[in-house]
Ligand binder design. Structure first.
Ligand SMILES: NC(=O)c1ccc[n+]([C@@H]2O[C@H](COP(=O)([O-])OP(=O)(O)OC[C@H]3O[C@@H](n4cnc5c(N)ncnc54)[C@H](O)[C@@H]3O)[C@@H](O)[C@H]2O)c1
Length: 403
């Protein structure tokens, strides 16, 4: 493990400044409260039959999940649920592994949750529906794969985690970059590089606007959920969650304070009340600062994410390329040492969606812990909700006040 990868023990050893002691105590208690694979109620299949999955929400993201699951023999899609029957039909047609019986179709979540043979539920619903669906699925005794963002508030994440602990069932969050070969190689290279402590980052999601739903998806007068602030959380929850999760992974520390400005630029082109641009500044318990920026307008080539360390600068190009360049390894002024050679690493393609399902299959078999787990999902929401409160109230938010 490299010097910039701070474990809990190292954190204690390095000494804490006022305020971080409380964050540390919280970190330890949260980490300890996540159910481990040994604590989970697992019904391991030993007869070679696949685990049965019900998918809640058969929209756009579900398309990618069904495509990925076609290559995961350990999991069979045994039920689909959507308000719109034609969405279920579209997904059912995509399924290559023919099961007998074919997936049951439901327009009501509660009915699907009564299907006894389902081992797990995938929640692929609009963001504001994740919490109730997760709690209901745990109460029905199912393991959960939940799309990002885990929920809309930290309190909701706490409720989900508590329900999972009561049910002794797993929750894995759908931030698939944690399983992307490119990002995994990048993070490993960063951990092993002599960059020293990472002090800050400039990470972003500047991209084009959200897709225009098809006419048959939303009846006239029903607003597309991404354009509604309460239903989506706006740009930070909906797009930022991925980038913030990678930042949390790289910093390997807990967010402590959050400040943000957000707003809506474009109500003329598209009627919306969800924040379409924002910047978020976060102080982590290890002292590092994250700067996140995002909007739904700039659709040029993706900008690099940068991480700034004592001895060098790290650039990540969307999980495709990692570059580390070094300054003077002993700081300023130069002491005659040559900096290490720059590192340029082409990263393997693939966004991690397939590998996250292969991992979830191992969770269902009791062979792996859910990753990323509810704690990681909650950590991103600490930032998303903290940023929203900060932007609305024009204050700096202490994460511990969010619950
Ligand atoms: N991990 C990723 O890269 C990624 C990418 C896109 C979306 N997502 C996440 O996936 C989730 C879904 O996004 P999407 O793009 O598929 O949205 P979408 O609007 O395309 O699909 C949502 C589906 O849910 C259905 N639905 C809505 N309310 C329902 C209810 N009460 N019961 C049953 N079905 C209901 C809708 O009819 C629709 O088919 C969101 O949380 C989003 O943030 C993740």
């Amino acid at each position: 493990m490299s010097s910039n990868h701070s474990t809990r023990r190292e954190f204690i050893r390095n000494g804490l400044v006022a305020g971080e002691v409380a964050a540390m105590a919280l970190w330890m208690s949260q980490g300890a409260s996540i159910a481990s694979a040994q604590d989970l109620l697992i019904s391991k299949r030993t007869d070679g039959t696949p685990y049965k999955l019900g998918i809640l929400g058969c929209g756009n993201r579900c398309k990618a999940h069904v495509a990925a699951l076609n290559d995961v023999p350990e999991i069979e899609i045994a039920a689909l649920c959507d308000l719109l029957p034609h969405k279920m039909d579209q997904r059912a047609k995509q399924i290559k592994k023919k099961s007998n019986p074919p997936p049951q179709k439901y327009t009501e979540m509660d009915k699907m949750l009564q299907q006894q043979d389902l081992d797990a539920i995938a929640i692929v619903l609009p963001n504001y529906l994740h919490k109730n669906a997760a709690i209901a699925a745990f109460q029905a005794g199912k393991h959960i794969f939940c799309e990002k963002p885990m929920a809309m508030t930290v309190a909701d994440c706490n409720e989900i985690i508590a329900a999972g602990e009561r049910a002794r069932k797993a929750i894995q969050i759908g931030t698939q970059r944690r399983h992307s070969k490119g990002y995994k190689a990048a993070v490993e290279a960063i951990r092993n590089a002599p960059v020293g402590k990472i002090l800050g980052s400039a990470v972003n999601s500047y991209r084009g606007d959200w897709r225009e739903p098809d006419a048959d998806e939303y009846p006239p007068g029903v607003q597309y959920w991404r354009l509604n602030q309460d239903q989506s959380g706006g740009v930070v929850y909906e797009m930022g969650a991925h980038i913030i999760d990678v930042n949390n992974w790289i910093f390997d520390s807990e967010p402590v304070t959050v400040a943000s400005l957000q707003g809506i630029n474009d109500t003329a082109l598209r009627k919306r009340d969800s924040m379409d641009h924002g910047s978020v500044l976060v102080r982590y318990a290890n002292g590092a600062l994250m700067n996140y920026g995002g909007n739904v307008y700039t659709s040029g080539p993706a900008a690099n994410d940068y991480y700034f360390a004592v001895n060098g600068t790290i650039a990540i190009d969307e999980g495709k390329l990692l570059e580390i360049t070094y300054g003077n390894p002993t700081g300023v002024p130069a002491k005659g040492e040559s900096p290490p050679s720059p590192l340029k690493l082409e990263l393997r393609a693939g966004d991690g969606t397939g590998d996250q399902w292969k991992h979830f299959a191992k969770v269902l078999a009791g062979e792996a812990e859910p990753y990323p787990n509810g704690h990681s999902g909650r950590q991103s929401i600490q930032i998303c909700q903290g940023a929203l409160v900060s932007a609305r109230e024009r204050t700096i938010v202490n994460v511990k006040d969010l619950g």
